[in-house]
Design a protein around this ligand. Structure first.
Ligand code: GDP
Ligand code: IMO
Ligand code: MG
Length: 424
């Protein structure tokens, strides 16, 4: 498939990293289109486990070229740490990793503002990753952001940092009791970081256009997930970018006519980190502990993830807003030991059944899931490599997901490792 978008269909952590790594075997270019170091994409190969925050998960196949598009917000400190970590594991990055000169930078005051805001107001807390993502996108939209191109010229960079600090220092000290940040210290730090980033900077939109024109296949890598989308997610409990497929066009400088297909990555159940509604959340009293079974702890912050049953209202909404053509269903093996498995097929709101995903969070909070219960297969699927070799009840569960979402399943993941994958 020439140009394919890989999008998370739930609240993030669907296993996008694993699926992108798997698909990268047959891809030439892999390009991240939004988000920043808030993402944590885990890829397990052999005994080695890689957690990628900014660098596309396609980097672990040596033949790929990887890009960070203009829609990504780049924390140079986090990026250089990741580059160092991968270099130590003998992964070559020079000549294979490129960053858009139009991408915005995450600055030290963004991280401080993000963390201070979260600490200061328990009532309005989002449960962010504290990586400065919200404040960086606020400055972008407010037209105060500092971009990678701005690193080139010391005078412009100094002027922009001073301008930003006039506002940020006032907020940091008046609202959060923080000491003011020094412009010259930030300037010095970012000029030094720029020297190290310099070999990676390019015009990503143009590079992708040239690649597509010469017949290369492209994976557009989404971070986070549909329900964390700033426009289409469970606002305000969302991230500050556009993880949905539309974000790939603006975030990479591609036109919609250049996209061939959208693949949705979806867990066989549901998880979310941070605040906000999760209609199918399983209570601890139920005795069903998907968090332990699925090792559901955040790859970026280590926070425990909240877990729930598969929610078809969410899945159908994800198909609608992303134009998903097929699914990659992950973590099927996590359900292996359960005697019964539930699927939420609708919500009940004030006595009525609804199948559309509500925009109003107060309404969503009051929605009760309507479940269908299927028998569990209670056999290990971890070593299964074909659909037909799956236990009959696992096949039945997957057929039900296909039927209810009217979307075929193309990939099934039965474990964290690269080879624990079924291509249907
Ligand atoms: P991402 O942010 O969407 O890339 O997902 P994360 O990497 O944050 O979370 C997915 C977690 O599940 C990681 O620890 C993966 O190694 C792991 N994982 C991915 N696919 C599977 C699977 O099919 N089965 C199991 N048991 N673990 C998986
Ligand atoms: P990947 O790419 C899961 C959540 C945070 C919080 C909200 C806002 O690994 O799927 P932010 O720091 O972005 O301002 O936090 O979004 N969040 C994620 N949840 N997976 C992620 O990324 C996430 N990135 C942000 O927990 O609720
Ligand atoms: Mg993750």
């Amino acid at each position: 498939m020439p140009v394919q978008i890989i999008v998370g269909a739930q609240w993030g952590d669907e296993g996008k990293g694993k699926i992108i790594d798997y698909l990268s075997e047959h891809a030439d270019l892999v390009a991240r289109y939004q988000g920043g170091a808030n993402a944590g994409h885990t890829v397990a190969i052999g005994g080695e486990r890689y957690v990628l925050h900014l660098i596309p998960s396609g980097i672990l196949h040596p033949h790929t070229t990887c890009y960070l598009g203009n829609g990504v917000v780049i924390d140079p400190v986090a990026l250089l740490q990741e580059i160092e970590l991968l270099t130590k594991k003998d992964i070559v990055l020079k000549g294979r990793l490129f960053i858009s000169h139009r991408a915005h930078l995450v600055m030290p005051y963004h991280k401080l503002l993000d963390q201070s805001r979260e600490l200061a107001d328990e009532q309005h807390k989002i449960g962010t990753t504290g990586r400065g993502i919200g404040p960086a996108y606020v400055d972008k939209v407010h037209r105060m952001g500092i971009r990678i191109v701005d690193l080139l010229d010391e005078t412009t960079l100094r002027e922009k940092i001073i301008h930003n600090l006039e506002e940020k220092n006032a907020i940091l000290s008046a609202l959060y009791g923080q000491s003011p940040l020094e412009a010259e210290a930030i300037l010095h730090e970012y000029r030094e970081l720029d020297e190290q980033l310099d070999p990676y900077i390019t015009d990503v939109s143009r590079a992708l256009h040239l690649g597509i024109a010469s017949g290369k296949s492209v994976l557009c890598e989404g971070a986070q997930g549909t329900l964390l989308d700033i426009d289409l997610g469970t606002y305000p409990y969302v991230t500050s970018s556009s993880p949905t497929s539309g974000g790939a066009c603006t975030g990479l400088g591609l036109g919609p006519t250049q996209i061939d297909r959208v693949l949705g990555v979806i867990k066989a159940y549901t998880t979310r980190v941070g605040m906000g509604p999760l209609p199918t959340e399983i209570s601890p009293e139920s005795g069903i502990d998907l968090r332990t079974l699925g090792a559901e702890y955040g790859a970026t912050t280590g926070r425990p993830r909240r877990c729930g049953w598969f929610d078809a209202v969410v899945a159908n909404y994800a198909v609608q807003v992303n134009g998903i053509a097929a699914w990659a269903v992950t973590k099927l093996d996590v359900l292996d030991t359960l005697a019964e498995i539930k699927i939420c097929v609708a919500y009940r709101y004030r006595g009525k059944e609804i199948k559309t995903f509500p925009a109003d969070l107060a309404m969503l909070e009051q929605c009760e899931p309507v479940y269908e219960t299927l028998p569990g297969w209670q056999e290990s699927t971890a070593a299964v490599r074909t659909f037909n070799a799956l236990p009959a009840r696992a096949q039945q569960y997957l057929r039900m997901l296909t039927e209810i979402t009217q979307t075929p399943i193309e990939i099934i993941s039965v474990g964290p490792n690269r080879e624990q994958t079924i291509f249907c």
